[in-house]
Design a protein around this ligand. Sequence first.
Ligand SMILES: *Cc1c(COP(=O)(O)O)cnc(C)c1O
Length: 351
Amino acid sequence: MFEPRDQIRAMSGYHSPQVDVPIRLNTNESPFAPPEEWLRQLEGIVSTIDWNRYPDRSATELRRTIAQRHGVRPEQVFVANGSNEVIQTILLAYGGAGRKVATFEPTYQMYAQIARVTGAQVVEGERQPDLTLDVAEIERVVKEHQPSVTFLCNPNNPTGLVEPEHNLRALLKIATGIVVVDEAYAEFSDWSAMELVSDDVPLAVTRTFSKTLSMAALRVGYVVAPEWIIKNLEIAALPYHLDAFKQAATIAALSFTDEMETRVATIKSERSRIQNSLRELNLEVWESGSNFILFRASGKPATEVWQSLLDQGVLVRDCSSWPRLAGCLRVTVGTSDENSAFLQAIRAAVS
Ligand SMILES: *Cc1c(COP(=O)(O)O)cnc(C)c1O
Protein backbone atom coordinates (compact mmCIF):
# COMPACT_ATOMS: atom_id res chain seq x y z
CA MET A 1 0.00 0.00 0.00
CA PHE A 2 2.89 2.35 0.71
CA GLU A 3 4.64 1.31 -2.48
CA PRO A 4 4.81 3.72 -5.41
CA ARG A 5 3.71 2.69 -8.91
CA ASP A 6 5.83 -0.02 -10.56
CA GLN A 7 7.36 2.47 -12.99
CA ILE A 8 8.63 4.65 -10.15
CA ARG A 9 9.90 1.77 -8.01
CA ALA A 10 12.03 0.50 -10.90
CA MET A 11 13.80 3.84 -11.29
CA SER A 12 16.52 5.70 -9.45
CA GLY A 13 15.91 9.25 -10.67
CA TYR A 14 18.17 11.71 -12.40
CA HIS A 15 21.45 12.36 -10.67
CA SER A 16 23.82 15.15 -11.53
CA PRO A 17 25.77 15.70 -8.33
CA GLN A 18 26.02 19.35 -7.27
CA VAL A 19 29.34 19.40 -5.47
CA ASP A 20 30.70 22.60 -3.98
CA VAL A 21 33.92 23.10 -5.93
CA PRO A 22 35.55 26.21 -7.43
CA ILE A 23 35.18 25.09 -11.07
CA ARG A 24 31.95 23.42 -12.15
CA LEU A 25 32.02 22.12 -15.70
CA ASN A 26 29.40 19.39 -15.34
CA THR A 27 25.97 20.72 -16.35
CA ASN A 28 26.50 22.63 -19.61
CA GLU A 29 25.30 26.02 -18.40
CA SER A 30 26.68 29.25 -19.82
CA PRO A 31 29.75 30.40 -17.89
CA PHE A 32 28.66 34.02 -18.40
CA ALA A 33 26.17 36.00 -16.31
CA PRO A 34 23.20 37.49 -18.19
CA PRO A 35 23.42 41.16 -19.31
CA GLU A 36 23.49 43.73 -16.50
CA GLU A 37 20.76 45.72 -18.20
CA TRP A 38 18.37 42.76 -17.96
CA LEU A 39 19.10 42.43 -14.24
CA ARG A 40 18.23 46.12 -13.77
CA GLN A 41 14.94 45.65 -15.67
CA LEU A 42 13.96 42.77 -13.39
CA GLU A 43 13.76 45.13 -10.42
CA GLY A 44 11.20 47.26 -12.26
CA ILE A 45 9.22 44.20 -13.32
CA VAL A 46 8.68 43.06 -9.74
CA SER A 47 6.68 46.19 -8.94
CA THR A 48 4.47 46.08 -12.06
CA ILE A 49 2.97 42.66 -11.30
CA ASP A 50 -0.53 42.21 -9.84
CA TRP A 51 0.72 39.77 -7.23
CA ASN A 52 -2.76 39.04 -5.85
CA ARG A 53 -3.98 37.83 -9.27
CA TYR A 54 -3.25 34.66 -11.21
CA PRO A 55 -0.98 35.23 -14.20
CA ASP A 56 -2.10 35.19 -17.85
CA ARG A 57 -2.75 31.50 -18.20
CA SER A 58 -1.95 31.33 -21.90
CA ALA A 59 1.15 33.56 -21.64
CA THR A 60 -0.17 35.52 -24.63
CA GLU A 61 2.50 38.19 -24.93
CA LEU A 62 5.37 35.85 -24.22
CA ARG A 63 4.19 33.43 -26.90
CA ARG A 64 3.77 36.28 -29.36
CA THR A 65 7.35 37.43 -28.70
CA ILE A 66 8.78 33.94 -29.15
CA ALA A 67 6.66 33.35 -32.26
CA GLN A 68 8.02 36.54 -33.81
CA ARG A 69 11.56 35.42 -33.17
CA HIS A 70 10.99 32.25 -35.20
CA GLY A 71 8.54 33.55 -37.79
CA VAL A 72 5.67 31.32 -36.63
CA ARG A 73 2.22 31.97 -35.13
CA PRO A 74 1.71 32.27 -31.33
CA GLU A 75 -0.64 29.27 -31.59
CA GLN A 76 2.42 27.21 -32.58
CA VAL A 77 4.30 27.99 -29.34
CA PHE A 78 4.05 26.42 -25.88
CA VAL A 79 6.22 27.65 -23.01
CA ALA A 80 7.05 25.85 -19.75
CA ASN A 81 9.40 25.85 -16.76
CA GLY A 82 12.47 24.66 -18.61
CA SER A 83 12.56 22.39 -21.64
CA ASN A 84 12.44 19.40 -19.28
CA GLU A 85 8.92 20.47 -18.41
CA VAL A 86 8.16 20.92 -22.10
CA ILE A 87 9.32 17.33 -22.66
CA GLN A 88 7.24 16.16 -19.70
CA THR A 89 4.15 17.89 -21.08
CA ILE A 90 4.71 16.34 -24.52
CA LEU A 91 5.00 12.90 -22.91
CA LEU A 92 1.92 13.45 -20.72
CA ALA A 93 -0.03 14.26 -23.89
CA TYR A 94 1.52 11.71 -26.28
CA GLY A 95 3.21 9.08 -24.09
CA GLY A 96 1.51 7.18 -21.29
CA ALA A 97 0.48 3.60 -20.69
CA GLY A 98 0.16 1.33 -23.71
CA ARG A 99 2.30 3.61 -25.90
CA LYS A 100 5.90 3.49 -27.04
CA VAL A 101 8.52 6.23 -26.94
CA ALA A 102 11.69 5.84 -29.04
CA THR A 103 15.16 7.16 -28.23
CA PHE A 104 18.54 6.57 -29.90
CA GLU A 105 21.12 5.80 -27.25
CA PRO A 106 23.23 7.24 -25.87
CA THR A 107 21.20 10.43 -25.67
CA TYR A 108 19.71 12.78 -23.09
CA GLN A 109 18.52 10.56 -20.24
CA MET A 110 15.42 12.54 -19.38
CA TYR A 111 13.49 11.32 -22.46
CA ALA A 112 13.47 7.74 -21.20
CA GLN A 113 13.13 8.78 -17.57
CA ILE A 114 10.06 10.98 -18.09
CA ALA A 115 8.52 8.57 -20.61
CA ARG A 116 8.68 5.78 -18.01
CA VAL A 117 7.17 8.02 -15.35
CA THR A 118 4.16 8.52 -17.65
CA GLY A 119 3.87 4.74 -17.99
CA ALA A 120 5.04 4.53 -21.60
CA GLN A 121 7.34 1.78 -22.82
CA VAL A 122 10.74 3.06 -23.97
CA VAL A 123 12.25 1.47 -27.08
CA GLU A 124 15.95 2.14 -27.55
CA GLY A 125 17.62 2.44 -30.93
CA GLU A 126 21.38 2.04 -31.02
CA ARG A 127 24.02 4.38 -32.35
CA GLN A 128 27.15 3.11 -34.08
CA PRO A 129 30.27 2.47 -31.96
CA ASP A 130 31.49 5.96 -33.02
CA LEU A 131 28.16 7.27 -31.57
CA THR A 132 26.75 8.47 -34.91
CA LEU A 133 23.26 7.36 -35.93
CA ASP A 134 22.38 5.38 -39.07
CA VAL A 135 19.21 6.00 -41.10
CA ALA A 136 18.74 2.20 -41.28
CA GLU A 137 18.51 2.05 -37.49
CA ILE A 138 15.93 4.84 -37.39
CA GLU A 139 13.86 2.93 -39.95
CA ARG A 140 14.19 -0.34 -38.05
CA VAL A 141 12.99 1.15 -34.75
CA VAL A 142 10.05 3.05 -36.24
CA LYS A 143 8.86 0.15 -38.41
CA GLU A 144 9.24 -2.41 -35.66
CA HIS A 145 7.68 -0.40 -32.82
CA GLN A 146 5.52 2.37 -34.33
CA PRO A 147 6.35 4.76 -31.48
CA SER A 148 3.91 7.53 -30.50
CA VAL A 149 6.86 9.82 -29.80
CA THR A 150 10.40 9.67 -31.22
CA PHE A 151 13.20 11.85 -29.86
CA LEU A 152 16.22 13.24 -31.64
CA CYS A 153 18.60 15.59 -29.87
CA ASN A 154 20.47 18.05 -32.07
CA PRO A 155 23.28 18.48 -31.14
CA ASN A 156 23.10 15.32 -29.09
CA ASN A 157 23.78 15.32 -25.37
CA PRO A 158 26.05 13.72 -24.07
CA THR A 159 27.99 13.05 -27.30
CA GLY A 160 28.02 16.64 -28.60
CA LEU A 161 27.54 15.37 -32.16
CA VAL A 162 25.36 17.29 -34.61
CA GLU A 163 22.54 15.06 -35.88
CA PRO A 164 22.59 15.17 -39.70
CA GLU A 165 19.52 16.76 -41.30
CA HIS A 166 18.97 13.72 -43.54
CA ASN A 167 18.34 11.61 -40.43
CA LEU A 168 15.46 13.85 -39.42
CA ARG A 169 14.06 13.94 -42.96
CA ALA A 170 14.17 10.15 -43.16
CA LEU A 171 12.43 9.89 -39.79
CA LEU A 172 9.68 12.36 -40.76
CA LYS A 173 8.94 10.32 -43.89
CA ILE A 174 8.04 7.20 -41.91
CA ALA A 175 7.01 8.63 -38.51
CA THR A 176 3.97 6.97 -36.96
CA GLY A 177 3.73 9.51 -34.14
CA ILE A 178 5.18 12.87 -33.29
CA VAL A 179 8.89 13.61 -33.69
CA VAL A 180 10.58 15.79 -31.09
CA VAL A 181 13.88 17.48 -31.90
CA ASP A 182 15.48 18.83 -28.73
CA GLU A 183 17.58 21.86 -29.64
CA ALA A 184 18.90 22.80 -26.21
CA TYR A 185 22.24 23.65 -27.87
CA ALA A 186 20.88 25.03 -31.16
CA GLU A 187 23.02 28.17 -31.13
CA PHE A 188 26.20 26.08 -31.33
CA SER A 189 24.96 23.84 -34.14
CA ASP A 190 25.30 24.36 -37.89
CA TRP A 191 21.64 23.68 -38.68
CA SER A 192 18.23 23.79 -37.00
CA ALA A 193 15.01 21.87 -37.54
CA MET A 194 13.01 25.01 -36.77
CA GLU A 195 12.48 25.82 -40.47
CA LEU A 196 10.78 22.46 -40.98
CA VAL A 197 8.00 23.15 -38.48
CA SER A 198 4.62 23.49 -40.18
CA ASP A 199 1.04 22.52 -39.38
CA ASP A 200 1.13 19.49 -41.68
CA VAL A 201 4.36 17.95 -40.32
CA PRO A 202 4.29 16.06 -36.97
CA LEU A 203 7.44 17.83 -35.79
CA ALA A 204 8.02 19.61 -32.46
CA VAL A 205 11.26 21.55 -31.84
CA THR A 206 12.24 22.42 -28.26
CA ARG A 207 14.53 25.19 -27.04
CA THR A 208 15.73 26.37 -23.63
CA PHE A 209 16.97 29.54 -21.94
CA SER A 210 19.22 27.47 -19.68
CA LYS A 211 22.28 27.07 -21.87
CA THR A 212 23.36 29.76 -24.36
CA LEU A 213 20.96 32.33 -22.96
CA SER A 214 22.61 32.27 -19.51
CA MET A 215 19.35 31.84 -17.59
CA ALA A 216 19.38 28.34 -16.12
CA ALA A 217 18.14 29.76 -12.82
CA LEU A 218 15.02 31.24 -14.47
CA ARG A 219 13.72 27.84 -15.70
CA VAL A 220 12.21 28.62 -19.10
CA GLY A 221 11.96 26.47 -22.20
CA TYR A 222 9.56 26.28 -25.11
CA VAL A 223 8.47 24.22 -28.08
CA VAL A 224 7.51 25.28 -31.60
CA ALA A 225 5.12 22.80 -33.21
CA PRO A 226 1.91 22.50 -35.25
CA GLU A 227 -1.11 24.11 -33.64
CA TRP A 228 -2.83 20.72 -33.17
CA ILE A 229 0.08 19.50 -31.04
CA ILE A 230 0.20 22.72 -28.99
CA LYS A 231 -3.53 22.41 -28.21
CA ASN A 232 -2.95 19.00 -26.63
CA LEU A 233 0.03 20.28 -24.61
CA GLU A 234 -2.21 23.01 -23.19
CA ILE A 235 -4.67 20.34 -22.06
CA ALA A 236 -1.92 18.34 -20.33
CA ALA A 237 -0.30 21.36 -18.59
CA LEU A 238 -1.34 22.61 -15.16
CA PRO A 239 -3.34 25.84 -15.03
CA TYR A 240 -1.14 28.93 -14.47
CA HIS A 241 2.02 26.86 -14.70
CA LEU A 242 4.05 29.93 -15.77
CA ASP A 243 4.21 32.58 -13.06
CA ALA A 244 3.74 36.24 -13.91
CA PHE A 245 7.29 37.28 -13.03
CA LYS A 246 8.76 34.60 -15.27
CA GLN A 247 6.57 35.63 -18.20
CA ALA A 248 7.64 39.27 -17.92
CA ALA A 249 11.29 38.47 -17.21
CA THR A 250 11.44 36.20 -20.25
CA ILE A 251 9.90 38.81 -22.55
CA ALA A 252 12.55 41.26 -21.31
CA ALA A 253 15.28 38.66 -21.86
CA LEU A 254 14.25 38.18 -25.48
CA SER A 255 15.48 41.67 -26.36
CA PHE A 256 18.99 40.60 -25.34
CA THR A 257 19.28 37.44 -27.38
CA ASP A 258 21.69 38.96 -29.94
CA GLU A 259 24.00 40.07 -27.16
CA MET A 260 23.93 36.62 -25.62
CA GLU A 261 24.44 34.84 -28.90
CA THR A 262 27.61 36.79 -29.64
CA ARG A 263 29.11 34.87 -26.73
CA VAL A 264 28.73 31.70 -28.75
CA ALA A 265 31.81 32.56 -30.84
CA THR A 266 33.93 32.79 -27.67
CA ILE A 267 32.72 29.41 -26.46
CA LYS A 268 33.33 27.81 -29.86
CA SER A 269 36.94 28.97 -29.95
CA GLU A 270 37.51 27.78 -26.38
CA ARG A 271 35.94 24.49 -27.40
CA SER A 272 38.57 24.02 -30.13
CA ARG A 273 41.34 24.90 -27.70
CA ILE A 274 40.14 22.23 -25.24
CA GLN A 275 39.66 19.61 -27.97
CA ASN A 276 43.15 20.19 -29.37
CA SER A 277 44.74 19.99 -25.94
CA LEU A 278 42.89 16.78 -25.09
CA ARG A 279 44.00 15.24 -28.38
CA GLU A 280 47.59 16.20 -27.61
CA LEU A 281 47.19 14.07 -24.49
CA ASN A 282 46.26 11.17 -26.81
CA LEU A 283 42.71 11.00 -25.49
CA GLU A 284 39.81 10.00 -27.74
CA VAL A 285 37.79 13.19 -28.30
CA TRP A 286 34.44 13.49 -30.13
CA GLU A 287 33.56 16.35 -32.47
CA SER A 288 31.17 18.80 -30.83
CA GLY A 289 28.46 21.11 -32.13
CA SER A 290 27.63 22.21 -28.60
CA ASN A 291 29.20 23.82 -25.52
CA PHE A 292 30.55 20.57 -24.09
CA ILE A 293 33.02 17.87 -25.10
CA LEU A 294 32.86 14.11 -24.65
CA PHE A 295 36.20 12.35 -24.31
CA ARG A 296 37.51 8.97 -23.28
CA ALA A 297 40.06 8.80 -20.50
CA SER A 298 42.25 6.01 -21.80
CA GLY A 299 45.06 4.55 -19.69
CA LYS A 300 43.44 5.11 -16.30
CA PRO A 301 39.90 4.24 -15.14
CA ALA A 302 37.61 7.19 -15.89
CA THR A 303 36.31 7.39 -12.34
CA GLU A 304 39.89 7.76 -11.07
CA VAL A 305 40.48 10.59 -13.53
CA TRP A 306 37.18 12.20 -12.49
CA GLN A 307 38.18 11.99 -8.80
CA SER A 308 41.62 13.42 -9.49
CA LEU A 309 40.02 16.37 -11.31
CA LEU A 310 37.67 16.86 -8.37
CA ASP A 311 40.57 16.79 -5.91
CA GLN A 312 42.08 19.59 -7.98
CA GLY A 313 38.85 21.59 -7.72
CA VAL A 314 37.35 20.79 -11.13
CA LEU A 315 33.99 19.02 -11.47
CA VAL A 316 33.13 17.35 -14.80
CA ARG A 317 30.45 14.77 -15.63
CA ASP A 318 31.39 11.13 -15.15
CA CYS A 319 29.52 9.25 -17.89
CA SER A 320 31.62 6.11 -17.60
CA SER A 321 28.96 4.03 -15.85
CA TRP A 322 26.32 4.92 -18.47
CA PRO A 323 25.57 2.21 -21.02
CA ARG A 324 27.70 2.55 -24.20
CA LEU A 325 29.96 5.23 -22.70
CA ALA A 326 32.59 3.17 -20.90
CA GLY A 327 35.59 5.31 -19.97
CA CYS A 328 33.90 8.58 -20.96
CA LEU A 329 33.86 11.95 -19.25
CA ARG A 330 32.05 15.09 -20.41
CA VAL A 331 33.36 18.59 -19.82
CA THR A 332 31.39 21.82 -20.29
CA VAL A 333 33.23 24.72 -21.93
CA GLY A 334 33.69 27.36 -19.25
CA THR A 335 35.43 30.72 -19.12
CA SER A 336 38.95 30.87 -20.51
CA ASP A 337 40.42 30.69 -16.98
CA GLU A 338 38.23 27.76 -16.02
CA ASN A 339 39.20 25.89 -19.17
CA SER A 340 42.89 26.50 -18.52
CA ALA A 341 42.47 25.18 -14.98
CA PHE A 342 40.67 22.11 -16.34
CA LEU A 343 43.43 21.45 -18.89
CA GLN A 344 46.13 21.76 -16.27
CA ALA A 345 44.20 19.38 -13.99
CA ILE A 346 43.55 16.80 -16.69
CA ARG A 347 47.24 16.77 -17.67
CA ALA A 348 48.10 15.93 -14.08
CA ALA A 349 45.23 13.43 -13.83
CA VAL A 350 46.18 11.31 -16.84
CA SER A 351 49.97 11.46 -16.53
C1 LIG B 1 20.05 20.88 -20.42
C2 LIG B 1 19.19 20.13 -21.34
C3 LIG B 1 17.79 20.25 -21.27
C4 LIG B 1 17.10 20.86 -20.09
O1 LIG B 1 16.94 22.14 -20.16
P1 LIG B 1 16.05 22.96 -19.15
O2 LIG B 1 15.43 23.94 -20.06
O3 LIG B 1 16.99 23.55 -18.17
O4 LIG B 1 15.03 22.06 -18.51
C5 LIG B 1 17.03 19.64 -22.24
N1 LIG B 1 17.59 18.90 -23.21
C6 LIG B 1 18.91 18.75 -23.29
C7 LIG B 1 19.49 17.91 -24.38
C8 LIG B 1 19.75 19.34 -22.35
O5 LIG B 1 21.07 19.13 -22.41
